[in-house]
Design a protein around this ligand. Sequence first.
Ligand SMILES: Nc1ncnc2c1ncn2[C@@H]1O[C@H](COP(=O)(O)OP(=O)(O)O)[C@@H](O)[C@H]1O
Ligand SMILES: [Mg+2]
Length: 311
Amino acid sequence: MSTPEHAERFAPRPPVDLSLAPHAAPVDDVAPEQVGGIGPTGRPRRHTPEPPGVLQHGPAKILAVCNQKGGVGKTTSTINLGAALAEYGRRVLLVDFDPQGALSVGLGIHPHQLDQTIYNVIMERDCGVRDVIRNTGVDDMDLLPSNIDLSAAEIQLVSEVGREHTLVRTLRPVIDHYDYVLVDCQPSLGLLTVNALAAADGVLIPLECEFFSLRGVALLIDTIEKVKERLNPKLEITGILATMYDHRTLHSREVMARVVEAFGDIVFDTVINRTVRFPETTVAGEPITRWAPRSAGAQAYRALAREVIAR
Ligand SMILES: Nc1ncnc2c1ncn2[C@@H]1O[C@H](COP(=O)(O)OP(=O)(O)O)[C@@H](O)[C@H]1O
Ligand SMILES: [Mg+2]
């Protein structure tokens, strides 16, 4: 029977417009002055020197790139910080720990076409981590990929003994080979993220320069404290990274000031500007340090790498 409500619900609708909205103009194609004067954090810009080369590699420092809010720049920061660390001669392993597989996509890999991912290493005894790690287009930077299979692991792990330490066990065989392992977390504080925190030496928190981002950070810091107390006493907050900063807007500047007021010195001096260059790099499947090596975005992630090495 067809009611008027029914007729309305199923009436033909105009086609949905899926064309891309126009991009905002890039704000940072020229690298701004990096040293001297007051930086966007409101502190004097400090110079972090070029790090010395390393003669011997490993054991790796594990950094979890973590924020339960989506779209704040976790994946972008993991790829580009990794690539910048590799430029400084560090051996880097990127771990895609989000079932969405965006990190793998950002490096030009189609995660749904992979036979073996981190899921297999976690769940199958005869699948070794070395078999699944792959090269990326960047020298000295490898990837442990993931895909949607990983979402099943989150459920399957619940009944495992030592479920929070699954990732650290998974990484143990390769830890001596790398200098940095960067774990790109999923946007939640669920069991996968707890595994990343339980494995990590430090947490890097990307924070979008937007009012609502501040609210979630208290909860994240609370979770970090709990993991430190109960599972991983060595865990520290390596730093908070302000992302998507737009110096032209008062809003961005106000949020930045609040972040520095609230968190002080753990906020990195390096601030990542909002620029269309980053979405472009995802399409290109390359880090910005290769896609646009002289851009302000690439310079910013190099500055971040220097700060991370120095901390
Ligand atoms: N600094 C930036 N300026 C503009 N867009 C950015 C910037 N950083 C990331 N993006 C874009 O924002 C979206 C979300 O970033 P992403 O790194 O995937 O966040 P998350 O991993 O936290 O969900 C992506 O489309 C990415 O290309
Ligand atoms: Mg992501």
